[in-house]
Design a protein. Structure first.
Length: 161
C-alpha cells in the first residue's frame, strides 16, 4: 500500500502498510508508516463488522499492519491487525519522537516512570525498558537518557510477523 505522503505520486495506491497508529476516531484512522516522514489517513468503512471489531482493540501507539483500497481517490481501510511483540518485554535505544504510557501500579501511574518520561524531551537519545502485559500497548518500565555518542544498550526489539 503506497499511502505514504512521501510517495513519488500524489495518488494513493491500494495494498498493505505497517506503521504506528497516531490517531483514531469513528470515521478514520491515521498512521505513520515505517520509514515515512508524514502520517497518512485512511477512511474506516461503515457497516464492516470485522473492521469495527478489530478497531476496538487498536489504540494510538500500536504498531499495526493494515490493508486498503482506493475509492474516489481516498484510501479506505479493508483490514487491520495489531502486531504484537514476540516477547513480553524488551529494551530499545532510540531518539524520543513521542511519549509512551507508563505502567499502572497500585491505583496510579508509576511515579518514577512518570518523572523519567517528563524529563525526556523529543530529540533525546534514551534507553527504554518496556513490557507488553497483554494490555492495549507497550508500557515503559525504565527510561534513561543517554549521551548521543554512547553505544546503544542493544538491538531494537522486533515485532512479531
Amino acid at each position: 500500500m503506497n499511502l505514504s505522503a512521501d510517495a513519488p505520486t500524489s495518488a494513493p495506491q491500494a495494498g498493505k502498510v505497517v506503521g504506528i497508529v497516531v490517531a483514531k476516531n469513528s470515521k478514520e484512522i491515521t498512521i505513520k508508516p515505517e520509514g515515512a516522514s508524514k502520517p497518512v489517513r485512511c477512511i474506516i468503512p461503515e457497516k464492516d463488522e470485522a473492521i469495527a471489531a478489530a478497531l476496538k482493540a487498536i489504540f494510538p501507539t500500536n504498531l499495526v499492519e493494515m490493508e486498503g483500497k482506493i475509492v474516489n481517490r481516498r484510501a479506505v481501510l479493508t483490514s487491520i491487525r495489531v502486531i504484537i511483540p514476540p516477547e513480553g518485554s524488551g529494551t530499545v535505544t532510540g531518539i524520543v519522537v513521542e511519549r509512551y504510557m507508563p505502567d499502572w501500579e497500585n491505583g496510579g501511574w508509576k511515579k518514577d516512570i512518570v518523572a523519567a518520561i517528563a524529563g525526556a524531551n523529543v530529540g533525546n537519545k534514551v534507553d527504554i525498558s518496556w513490557t507488553y502485559p497483554g494490555a492495549e500497548r507497550k508500557r515503559v518500565v525504565g527510561l534513561k537518557i543517554v549521551p548521543r555518542n554512547a553505544t546503544p544498550h542493544g538491538p531494537a526489539s522486533k515485532p512479531a510477523e
